[in-house]
Design a protein around this ligand. Sequence first.
Ligand code: PLP
Length: 439
Amino acid sequence: MPPVTARNLENLWMPFTPNREFKRDPAIFVRAEGLYYWTDSGQKVLDGASGLFCVPLGHGRPEIAEAVYEQLLELDFAGGFQRGHPKAFELARRVAELAPPGLNRVFFANSGSEAVDTAMKIALAYHRARGEGQRTMFVSRERAYHGVNMGGVALSGILRNRESFGPGVAGVVHMRHTGLPENRMTPGQPERGAELAEDLARICALHGGANIAAVFLEPIAGSTGCLPPPRGYLERVREICSEHGILLVFDEVITGLGRTGYNFAAQAFGVTPDILTMAKALTNGMQPMGAVAVAQEIHDAIVERGPLHQIEFFHGYTYSAHPAACAAGLAALSIYERDKVFEHAREISPYFLDRLFGLRDLRGLVDIRGYGLLAAVELEPRPGQPGLAGYETQKRLLRAGLHLKATGDSLLVAPPYVAEKTHLDELVGILRDVLSDPA
Ligand code: PLP
């Protein structure tokens, strides 16, 4: 391969990247295997973020690559509209088996963002099918991240979305986030903050619970800095939703499929939503795919009506349930099951959190948070320049051989589930070295 030069970086407009700065000082991965990347200069880099939370089995798994290759030769494309193929049905069955009880109807998309917007449309269609078309509002949270499509942008509780794109979809109201200063440096679920669920009761009192279609929550707010739910919080949100006939949607794009050490965070926290989105771990990052698991009564309310020749849910993507993605998904789920990978994640989580929280003595840290194999180390922001410390630190970490995602001034740590103690020691060791060096 010819060496990458500044000249041939120009045409690509990169996502969620400061493009000008990147192209002055690019970070280029050219190879990956197991828990490591290699850069174009030959440096070996530990993957402390499972790529973007989506490679829990480590890189280059031959079983998945071969399943995709064979699938493409056998049946490359079927098109999900009025045509099926066996692996789509089989993967839906396998996902339904893993999902919380009752969430046994599965709609496929190609990303987490598409899964979120699909879930919004399912919620609206459900209420309309039942004669409750006045339920058009959605509730989510400050500091939520629900992807980049217009629905998800409106749900997300992120200032940059409003600054860049305006108010977006109307009728979205946000509860407060649960990142309380009094819970700082608490591993796992914090004790304080369950009362923040009462924001939902206040929103129902103000806007009318009967006007709200759904509440969207990440059980652990992920992309904006890993906020595990305070004890009792999700339970109370569930209660209020049920009281008012509002659907509860868990956005488990990050937390789904093992990140908490359980199939889904719903099972980890013992709270069952009505609809659940997933994406990241579904194919081990080897094909794009997202999915929505839906309670059967919601599916039935939409599907069990109208003339038989009529499409019941007017929605779908050209690449919904693409055969290659389904093959990758089935292969990944088989490995999860065969090698008891989620159990390994659950068993190694205390070691991971213990090592990571061992950094609490370092200067310049505001907080450490974590649950399962997902954590954040929050750095003190530079005065007047929020996000700069996070950005610069992730660059220094990369130079030191560790790939992490920075979100604002939080460094997100999400090792592959197959990480062993030695990998976690290496990860925390590099973090300590870099964070101890004021640079
Ligand atoms: N929802 C949540 C909770 C996410 O964390 C993400 C991505 O990180 C998304 C949705 C969007 O997923 P994607 O980037 O695959 O569109």
